[in-house]
Write a protein that binds this ligand. Structure first.
Ligand SMILES: NC(=O)c1ccc[n+]([C@@H]2O[C@H](COP(=O)([O-])OP(=O)(O)OC[C@H]3O[C@@H](n4cnc5c(N)ncnc54)[C@H](O)[C@@H]3O)[C@@H](O)[C@H]2O)c1
Length: 410
């Protein structure tokens, strides 16, 4: 069995509970020794869960700084708080030389990205965004196809966070969920990483390619207003929002131009009725995948025909090594298995201890910057914004470690 890692978990909301129940507490070699939330009752619930699952309670803290002072043998920290505090907490742990795994979220401004880079370059403490969708079955099968040349040259990618979150947002006060405040003060591509993560891996962003410019455009914001107006009588707890202002547009479209000539289209769509989708599409000169259609297309040389296949066919035929292994040992954990894969890639990298992370800080910060820059672009009426190069020119020669995913690469 591998070395038991002692970890701290900061932020004990819905995500943390899911990670504990479906991934961490099913693994003997991970010990959660400290937990933290600003709500005492959330600490108590996690302690109760730990007792049930492990018979040992973690130490509880209301202030993460105390963890740094008191917990002297931590191997890593996982930050699953609301977005606003991700960076301050990450920097505090990086300064204490404790490797950081941070849940997904975008940056509020570009300075936040530079603060992370500066801290990393000073401390060299590993930092990884825990972007689970990079480990999705479809995303990894597509990556394999791209790397094996099945797509010819990739020209365009598309993705979206298309998830009807109106109840989560409108009931945010009752559920103490941070998204409500975000939708009342921001207007940006505020949740880009589920799409831009896997797309960046496909396009080798920060590894020989980079984002050059970005522009965003937002629709008006009416979805939440309508939702609250029609439900306020049945649910009096949301009545206080009937005259509230929501700034976050219902649909935000973002276009990114890459240095090697590809374009990316992102769509954030979270406050109108719809089904869940990440709308993943990759278009190459010889193949395409379309998540929403459930189809893939392959150019053949026989009579210049295009073969139409189901996505399932493509996922089976071009299954990534990670997923071949995963299906053999049994898919587990949340979000169709991706949560187990991303967390264990992080844990493996921490155990290996050579300083590399499967999603490193330059990639993480580049994805986070999409939010900050889309905000600026929307404010300027859609004007393209130059995309900063956080690698300071190193993107030209940077090489991925192994497959770039670390998993199974001991
Ligand atoms: N990867 C995924 O599929 C996925 C899914 C859901 C959420 N998430 C991410 O997980 C994170 C948390 O989301 P959630 O839905 O659990 O939110 P949530 O609001 O339910 O929980 C966040 C928790 O952080 C706590 N917190 C805030 N500031 C804190 C501080 N200074 N110190 C300690 N705790 C603090 C809050 O009190 C709250 O309990 C977000 O980054 C979100 O984007 C990822």
């Amino acid at each position: 069995m591998s070395k038991t890692l002692k970890i701290a978990l900061i932020g004990l909301g819905a995500r943390a509970v899911g990670l504990l129940k479906f991934v961490i507490y099913n693994q003997k070699d991970i010990e959660v020794v400290a937990v933290c939330d600003t709500y005492a009752d959330r600490i108590d619930s996690i302690k109760a869960l730990a007792k049930k699952k492990r018979r040992v309670e973690p130490r509880g803290y209301l202030d993460y700084k105390e963890i740094i002072e008191k917990e002297k043998d931590l191997d890593a920290v996982i930050i699953a708080t609301s977005w606003e505090v991700h960076t301050d907490i990450a920097i505090a742990f990086m300064n204490a030389k404790i490797p950081v795994g941070v849940e997904v979220g975008g940056a509020y401004d570009i300075n936040e990205c530079y603060r992370l880079i500066e801290c990393y370059e000073k401390t060299k403490t590993p930092y990884m965004m825990l972007e689970n969708c990079c480990y999705g079955n479809l995303e990894l099968a597509t990556l394999r196809m791209v790397r094996e040349g099945i797509f010819g040259e990739v020209v365009h990618c598309k993705g979206g966070y298309k998830h009807d979150l109106r109840d989560e947002i409108a009931f945010g006060k009752t559920n103490r969920h941070y998204r409500l405040a975000e939708y009342q003060k921001r207007n940006a591509e505020i949740y880009p990483t589920h799409e831009i993560g896997p797309i960046s891996k496909i396009l080798n962003i920060t590894f020989g390619n980079k984002f050059d410019s970005i522009s965003s455009c937002s629709s008006k914001a009416l979805g939440l207003k309508e939702y609250i107006a029609t439900r306020k009588d049945k649910f009096p707890e949301i009545k206080y929002l009937e005259n509230a202002t929501f700034t976050q547009g219902d649909i935000v479209n973002t276009v990114i131009k890459c240095h090697n000539g590809e374009t990316i289209l992102l769509e954030l769509d979270t406050t109108l009725p719809r089904h869940y989708s990440r709308g993943f599409e990759v278009r190459g000169t010889r193949a395409a995948v379309f998540e929403d259609l459930g189809k893939s297309y392959f150019d053949t040389n026989e009579k210049m025909r295009v073969k139409t296949r189901s996505l399932k066919y493509a996922q089976r035929k071009y299954a990534h090594d990670i997923w071949k292994w995963y299906k053999k040992v049994g898919v587990r954990g949340g979000h169709g298995g991706m949560d187990y894969l991303v967390l264990n890639a992080f844990f493996e990298a921490v155990r290996k201890g050579d300083g590399h992370m499967p999603i490193d800080i330059y990639e993480s910060v580049t994805w986070m910057a999409v939010t900050a820059l889309s905000d600026l672009s929307i404010k300027s009426g859609g004007k393209p914004q130059e995309f900063p190069d956080f690698t300071n020119g190193k993107w030209k020669d940077r090489k991925q470690q192994g497959s770039g995913f670390y998993f199974l690469e001991k």
